[in-house]
Design a protein around this ligand. Structure first.
Ligand SMILES: Nc1ncnc2c1ncn2[C@@H]1O[C@H](COP(=O)(O)OP(=O)(O)O)[C@@H](O)[C@H]1O
Ligand SMILES: O=C(O)[C@@H](O)C(=O)COP(=O)(O)O
Length: 415
């Protein structure tokens, strides 16, 4: 039995792969490019779990559905017979989608009648109680996710968030904490009753890892499960840990930050206490993109080779963030990643930001990754076979993850 997962963004995919690896699955992450251009070095068919990393969280509904179904068929062609749809632990979506429409189509394609909806990830403060999602002590709609530029979360109730996204006749019910605390058999009985009643989505409460373990044990054999990465920690793979060694890094220690989140800003400011900072000047970048990128590269290479270098666009809440510059910054950071790896033999890079990580992995032409040493919940070194050199180890950090000292600590962890 092989588990096939579809994640709606790249850092979400690595987050899930870390959880699966810890749960004993030898796991391969395959970016979308890997579906059409298979890697020679790493045959995903030999893994216990394959996670396809899409970039569909904020694409149109049709695009998200089409690409998710394509990923499903590809996973089936690799031998997967059970499936996991991974979305954000803060349920990032809009009234149109894309969580609901993708889940609806995956259920249909698998001839399945019911799935669970389990975004909780207690290790990062995301819990669900009475069907309401919390980020640490705040209900989702009072957390910073309320002001997310693309998916502002203005409600905390999962059923109310999901209802406008799914088909009108889809019944959504709660799998409450009391039932989960009564254990696996109680959850299985609840699922059977829900199936008999024609329920399509069971929103699962979970406030700690024990709850998620019970849920995973009771629901782990459903044709489709959906959730954040917390649920995956409760599954049981065939090994103690599926983690791989990463190649010892050579060259400079460079952090490329596209994320503008408060967590990343604090990590940048902490790293600048001992490291060098290079701030991207978006005016220069707009005026002459390639010259500005070359300047930044020279600036990196002119610094002390042993000092951590952080390239960033946003380090304080006052830094101007204009969505018009977003792609340009992604282009700048991915060009730097390619030049540092191919021309300067830098084989360990930390990338901050989900969209940014997607752009960098694309530009590097990476078609498969395996999970190495973990740095924080949802954050680890991943190893990418790189035909151009001996391999490349990356940390792909979701904007909201990691402790303040993550950047300074990353290279001291067995790399
Ligand atoms: N100062 C800025 N001006 C414009 N866009 C910015 C700025 N700083 C960051 N960005 C853009 O914001 C986006 C952040 O998204 P992402 O990389 O997914 O980070 P996160 O995981 O924190 O959401 C990227 O597209 C990045 O290029
Ligand atoms: O589930 C989570 O919180 C993460 O895996 C995730 O998806 C984070 O998304 P970004 O903050 O956009 O990287």
């Amino acid at each position: 039995m092989q588990l096939g997962a579809i994640a709606d963004d790249l850092t979400g995919a690595t987050d899930l792969a870390i959880a699966l690896t810890n749960a004993g699955f030898a796991t391969v992450v395959v970016p979308e490019a890997g579906l059409v251009q298979p890697t020679r070095e790493q045959d995903p068919s030999t893994a216990d779990a394959i996670v396809v990393a899409l970039k569909t969280r904020t694409s149109s509904v049709q695009d998200a559905v089409d690409r998710s179904l394509r990923a499903l068929h590809w996973l089936q062609s690799k031998g997967c017979d059970q499936f996991y749809f991974k979305y954000c632990s803060t349920f990032d979506s809009t009234p149109a989608g894309n969580i609901g429409p993708v889940a609806d189509h995956l259920l249909d394609a698998l001839n399945a009648r019911l799935t669970i909806v389990a975004p909780a990830f207690p290790a990062t403060g995301r819990t669900v109680y009475q069907g309401n999602l919390f980020v640490y002590e705040k209900p989702l709609h009072e957390s910073s996710l309320r002001e997310h530029p693309l998916t502002p979360m203005r409600d905390s109730n999962i059923a109310r968030l999901l209802a406008p996204q799914v088909r009108e006749d889809s019944a959504i019910e709660l799998l409450d904490l009391d039932t989960i605390m009564r254990g696996t058999e109680a959850v299985k009985a609840r699922v059977r009753a829900a199936l008999d009643a024609g329920t399509r989505y069971l929103v699962a409460d979970s406030v700690n890892e024990t709850n998620l373990k019970t849920l995973a044990q009771a629901c782990g054999d459903m044709p489709l499960i959906t959730g954040g990465s917390g649920l995956a920690q409760g599954l049981s793979g065939p090994h103690d840990s599926g983690a791989v060694e990463v190649t010892p890094h050579s060259g400079r220690r460079v952090v490329l930050c596209g994320s503008a989140s408060r967590t990343t800003q604090a990590q940048i400011r902490h790293a600048l206490g001992t490291g060098r900072g290079i701030k991207i000047d978006t005016t220069l970048l707009r005026r002459n993109t390639s010259a500005a990128i070359t300047d930044i590269l020279h600036n990196i290479l002119n610094g002390d080779p042993d000092t951590l270098t952080v390239v960033y666009a946003t380090a304080t809440p006052d830094d101007l963030v204009s969505s018009n510059d977003a792609e340009l910054i992604e282009h700048c950071l991915s060009s730097l990643a390619v030049k540092l790896n191919r021309e300067e033999s830098v084989t360990g890079l930390l990338i901050a930001g989900g969209e940014t990580s997607g752009a960098v992995v694309d530009a590097l032409g990476i078609t498969a990754m395996s999970v190495g040493p973990q740095l924080a919940p949802g954050v680890a070194w991943v190893q990418a076979p790189n035909p151009e050199n001996d391999g490349l180890a990356l940390v792909l950090k979701s904007g909201n993850f990691g402790t303040e000292d993550l950047f300074t600590r990353a290279w001291s962890e067995k790399v």
